[in-house]
Design a protein. Structure first.
Ligand code: MEV
Length: 440
């Protein structure tokens, strides 16, 4: 039966509703006391203000879904040392970032630069009079349109942002055109600002040119002109480190194999998606920790990876000769639309702390750190892939999760850790080993 007014229920009433639904559906019983407590305790926060803040982020909230908040120390970027917060559930992501940060710390650290910060919005409309006519009409109304958005823009203008310009573009279906609007949103991600302006421009457009029929007005999450570059570089010989001994590789072997692996990801989309997923392991972890919109950054990053019609790696390697020695340069270029004011950054107490431990960066600085973290993550993933493989490191971290699920004792844990040393076992194998221990 349909329910109305669910959003107005208290947390307890919402949970009670779920318990009853479960009974009506499949399980044939209420949520147990313990299960109800799991919902309630996950949501518990001694500070009522914080609890109600979390509650109000979204609708129909009954609990909080916790994710680990970790730290990547030793992160040297553009000569500044950062301690980077990372929110991720995936074992070994933070460990890999920390290892990469340490590796590059000794080799000059990461270098990032913001290339551009323009964001885009679109008003889609139909018009039957042709491109030249609509372009001329929009041009002649430009002043009025700018006047119409003056109030909405006021605060953003005072911070150095606002609408930079707009132009008509030919659309993709018959009589379809787009008013493409270019924005600078300074330290805000600016989604609300952009959408408010676009909705006003849609009204102004329809008012000034009555034969225009508006379809929709919305920001584009594709932001190829809100771009950041990050790179690490050193002499090829300086890539030498102890880990290479086991794989019997010289620094030059490592550099060449690393380049080969990244080149494969430039050309092979199947590999590129996994390669870029590794980059987003780092990107998302900081985007989430700083209260930014990871769906927007992912969508833009993946679209950028396919900008020439083929999905490719976002990172690339160059090995060049400089002053008679070989130089290794590993770079990443991608769009990142972020904010350090407004939205969740100001509301989520941990997002606020994340920005604080990053020395309260402005948006450009955050873009630089996020991109560098993506590059760090990518470096370590490819490093593992071309040397030991990822399973050894992964399983070590994953093991503690599996042991938690199997509720092992301290003694059992010791035996298992010795047993799995240098092996990569799956959950079934570990479970069977634990059962063996318990049987004896
Ligand atoms: C796992 O989360 C990420 C990797 O698959 C990335 C890659 O293959 O480059 C290790």
């Amino acid at each position: 039966m349909e329910i109305s007014g669910f959003s107005k229920f208290s947390q307890e009433q919402k949970i009670e509703y779920i318990a009853k639904r479960l009974m009506a559906n499949s399980r044939g019983n209420f949520l147990s006391e313990k299960e109800i407590m799991t919902y309630i305790q996950s949501f518990f926060h001694p500070n009522q203000h914080i609890k109600s803040t979390f509650n109000n982020f979204s609708e129909n909230t009954i609990s909080s879904f916790h994710l680990p908040y970790g730290i990547c120390p030793n992160f040297l970027l553009n000569g500044h040392l950062y301690t980077v917060p990372m929110v991720t559930e995936e074992s070994s992501v933070v460990a890999a970032a920390a290892k990469s940060a340490k590796f590059w710390f000794k080799r000059g650290g990461f270098h990032s630069e913001v290339v551009s910060t323009t964001k885009i919005g679109q008003v889609h409309f139909l018009y039957e009079g042709g491109f030249d006519k609509i372009s001329a009409l929009v041009e002649s109304n430009k002043k009025v349109f700018f006047e119409d958005i003056l109030t909405l823009e006021k605060s953003m203008r005072s911070r150095g942002g606002g609408v930079k310009d707009f132009e008509v573009k030919i659309g993709v279906v018959n009589n379809h055109y787009e008013l493409r609007v270019f924005f600078e949103t300074v330290n805000a991600m600016g989604a609300n600002f952009i959408n408010s302006i676009l909705e006003q421009l849609a009204v102004s457009l329809a008012h000034a040119i009555p034969s225009v029929s508006i379809i929709m007005a919305i920001l584009s999450n594709y932001t190829p002109d809100c771009l950041v570059r990050s790179f690490v570089e050193c002499k090829v010989e300086d890539l030498w480190h102890e880990d290479l001994k086991e794989s019997n590789m010289s620094a030059k072997d490592f550099a060449n194999k690393f380049k080969l692996a990244v080149d494969i990801a430039r050309e092979d989309s199947y590999r590129a998606v996994t390669h870029n997923k590794g980059i987003f392991n780092g990107i998302d972890a900081l985007v989430v920790a700083s209260g930014n919109d990871y769906r927007a950054t992912s969508a833009a990053g993946h679209a950028y990876a396919a900008r020439d019609g083929k999905y490719r790696s976002l990172s690339f390697v160059e090995i060049t000769e400089i002053d008679n020695s070989l130089n290794f340069k590993f770079s990443l270029e991608m769009p990142l639309s972020l904010g350090t004011t407004g939205g969740l950054t100001a509301l989520h107490p941990l997002a606020e702390l994340s920005l604080m431990i990053l020395n309260n960066p402005n948006t450009k600085d955050l873009m630089k750190i996020v991109a560098a973290l993506g590059l760090a993550q990518n470096f370590q993933a490819v490093h593992a892939l071309i040397t030991t493989g990822i399973q050894r490191g992964h399983m070590k971290m994953h093991l503690s999760n599996m042991l938690m699920v199997l509720k092992v004792t301290e003694n059992e844990k010791k035996c298992i850790e010795e047993y799995v040393e240098q092996k990569s076992l799956n959950f079934a194998e570990i479970k069977s080993y634990v059962e063996g221990l318990r049987y004896v």
